[in-house]
Design a protein around this ligand. Structure first.
Ligand code: COA
Length: 349
């Protein structure tokens, strides 16, 4: 009995081990099976992606040919034929949007810029959640960096007046705008409707901050420095407001379910958007005129006989381009929004 009672725990222990090994083995098999299915599905997905992309480009080509043929024979049509052709044309016009929507879920080749920066890696996100999460992260990144820049500019304006510290601020600006251009290119690949100007605006801002970085310390630099830092401070403040507005739009549109979908519930979103926009616009326009003021001050400085630095004129030009593009694009965006607001109202009446 002594021998038995001694070995019973040992037997139990051994059984536990065996059971554990068996359990591990079964688990291993399950993992392997799941992995096999996963690889198989991946293969199926990549085949589906290629066939979808091929069908879309095929359809595009055929629609283009059809439009050209219709144009060629549009002179010799009877009234009835002209009516049905008009109908076909109307249908053809809706297709590109449908294709664009589909393509935002299909892998595609990167543009020149992304190819240069990232190489030929696929940046298409394959689900709406992933796209939303990426955009959300972009807004959070912007907000975080903007707050850092705000604090930095504040310190530079009120407390520290060293060219070296200014250079760090400008370097941070170069890096920030550069990162934005990359992230925005990824967003565009994923179906974002960011206007080309806003991306271009960030390329110019990168260049402008780079030029500011190389501006040698001297009398003219000292004259413009405070104005520039105050402008940076103001811009960071406006960008905080802008981030708040844009994240608000993003969350509300997501809560609506289908994005870019104009129906009744859209009216609630639009009224929020207009409240946000009317609050934001005066700050934005003030910022645009500050850019114009910066450019005029720099052009004035460039005329001075002791102005030797090329940076003065280069920065002046950048500010002028920024003012023109920002001002006219914002006006165009607002006009477009007013138009679609009136259309939604008319539709719901
Ligand atoms: N930077 C980055 N993305 C922008 C953008 C900007 N300045 N303006 C608009 N977008 C994006 C939107 O997030 C939206 O993206 P989505 O398709 O992924 O959802 C898309 O472009 C379409 O937006 P839209 O409906 O045209 O505009 P909006 O209501 O989001 O914003 C403004 C309108 C006017 C508030 C915005 O364009 C803006 O703030 N512009 C001014 C920027 C400026 O002048 N800065 C300098 C200040 S001194």
């Amino acid at each position: 009995t002594n021998k038995m009672s001694q070995s019973l725990p040992a037997i139990l222990e051994e059984w536990k081990c065996l059971y554990f090994v068996e359990k591990c083995y079964v688990l291993q098999l399950v993992i392997q099976d799941t992995y096999k299915i996963y690889v198989q599905k991946l293969d199926e997905i990549s085949k589906l992606q290629s066939s979808c992309s091929a069908s879309i480009s095929n359809q595009r080509r055929r629609l283009k040919e059809m439009t050209q043929s219709i144009k060629r024979c549009s002179n010799e049509l009877t009234a009835e034929e002209a009516k049905s052709i008009e109908e076909i044309n109307g249908k053809i016009k809706t297709r590109p949007n449908l294709f664009l929507e589909m393509e935002s879920f299909l892998p595609k080749k990167n543009g020149i810029y992304l190819n240069l920066v990232l190489g030929s890696v696929n940046v298409t996100l394959l689900s709406k959640q992933a796209k939303f999460a990426y955009k959300d992260e972009y807004e959070k990144f912007k907000l975080c960096l903007t707050v850092i820049l705000l604090v930095f500019s504040f310190i530079c304006y009120f407390f520290i007046n060293f060219r070296f510290v200014d250079a760090i601020l400008n370097f941070l600006l170069v890096w920030y705008y550069c990162t934005l251009t990359i992230r925005e290119s990824v967003l565009i690949t994923n179906g974002s409707r960011i206007k080309g100007w806003w991306v271009f605006h960030h390329y110019i801002s990168t260049f402008l901050s780079g030029v500011m970085l190389t501006w040698p310390d001297g009398h003219l630099y000292k004259v413009f420095r405070n104005q520039f830092i105050a402008y940076s401070l103001y811009q960071s403040f406006v960008q905080c407001l802008q981030c708040y507005y844009q994240s608000g739009c993003l969350y509300r549109l997501r809560a609506l379910g289908e994005r870019h979908n104009m129906d009744l519930t859209m009216e609630g979103f639009q009224s929020w958007m207009w409240r946000g926009l009317t609050f934001l616009l005066p700050f934005l326009f003030f910022g645009h005129f500050w850019q114009l003021f910066n450019s005029l001050s720099l052009f004035g400085m460039a005329k001075l006989p002791d102005c030797k630095e090329w940076q003065v004129l280069a920065c002046g030009l950048c500010f002028l381009i920024l003012f023109t593009g920002n001002f006219f694009t914002t006006v165009a965006v607002v006009r477009h929004k007013i138009k679609s607001k009136n259309e939604t109202k008319a539709k719901n009446q």
